[in-house]
Design a protein around this ligand. Sequence first.
Ligand code: DX5
Ligand code: ZN
Length: 213
Amino acid sequence: MSKIIISPSILSADFANLERDIKKVENAGADWVHIDVMDGHFVPNITIGVPVVKSIKKITNLPLDVHLMIENPDKYIKPFADAGADILTFHYEACPDNIKNVIKMIKSYGIKAGLSIKPKTQAEEILEFLPLLDMVLIMTVEPGFGGQAFMPDCAEKIPVIKQHADNDLIIQVDGGINSDTARLCTQYGANSLVAGNYIYKSDNIKNAIHSLY
Ligand code: DX5
Ligand code: ZN
């Protein structure tokens, strides 16, 4: 299998020291920076928005993996693309009737398009979009908060997606990832792992990242 892309979630970082905490994962070998954008409507939490993404772009060379947990994602594709997102992932449940259009919008900025599904959404619902996508993000917790327990049933969607996708589709998992759950997901065929608490609450960030491979 090709290399696993590790994308630490800065939701578990210290927001008063974001630059320091992003450098920490960058120096420890992270591949991407995962940025969780929440609007208080699609999920019951509010996190960060466009200006913060713009500032992060200036202090890291890592690709910005922006996970939009927001309603009406079509309204925010341009602002986040302009702010420097390299991968822009939105939720199927936020706009089930407008998926193709939103993917097209993301791709028009020359960046990668990702589609995410919440735990209760079946993999079969998004199969028709796979040929248009660069990445599928399978949530293994209910989106909204870091530090929740991994839901093993959700990982069973990985082989379903993999079986219907071509080899260059990135299959990412997000929520409750640690060295054990990472292994389960990569055995199923995931090739990108998001981890927040496991990385940022660890005493040795480098070891934590390497234990996910
Ligand atoms: C949850 C977010 C995740 C979160 C993961 O809604 O999408 O990216 O930060 O945190 P952990 O790894 O702590 O479950
Ligand atoms: Zn996320």
